[in-house]
Design a protein around this ligand. Sequence first.
Ligand code: B4P
Length: 182
Amino acid sequence: MKQRILFLGPPGAGKGTQAEILASHENLLHLSTGDLLRAEVKAGTSLGQEAAALMIKGELVSDDLVLAIVHNNLSHYSGGWLLDGFPRNIVQAESLDSLLNQLKQPIETAILLKLEDDLLIERLLSRGRADDNEIVIRHRLGIYHEQTAPLIAFYQAKSLLISIDAGGTVDSIAMRISKALS
Ligand code: B4P
């Protein structure tokens, strides 16, 4: 089983949901940049205050800030991991590659969760998090298509990409992922 995995996909595709299931089955460290940022916001740190203003509008938080968080979590850890919601643009992907090269822990697989925009919007509206209203969701989707989707070709060129249909029940998608990894 692969030990260093990342999850790619639009907001609402179920990265967090599926990453949690896979990480607990395979005993991998689950690093969600969204969750880590929300924890900073909740704790009221200065980093959290900076992040909150951007997240509520559906903007990406600055690369430096997110990279520092990932660096802190991975640089002293030698077990398997699963990155969820990171990288989100080419700058983050290239910085991640150079960090992982230094650590001699390259990515083994990038799992792309694919779902149509209409279904993504429906799922996120029913979740109802602070940044889940329709205007902000459409903005996040726009940023995804513009900045994150180019990572599909980036990981395809490295022969690391696996595409998974993210429609259907949580269990059926988990099964597809597990089959693709076996
Ligand atoms: P994230 O926390 O990464 O959240 P997300 O993309 O909205 O959701 P995800 O795809 O994980 O969906 P989930 O499983 O929760 O990002 C939030 C914000 O943080 C960003 O907008 C940005 O501001 C900031 N941020 C995070 N990382 C960053 C980075 N690297 N750089 C800069 N900024 C960053 O599922 C969504 C909903 O669907 C849930 O309610 C779930 O229960 C439901 N669901 C899941 N699977 C389902 C299924 N099969 N059927 C029906 N519903 C399903």
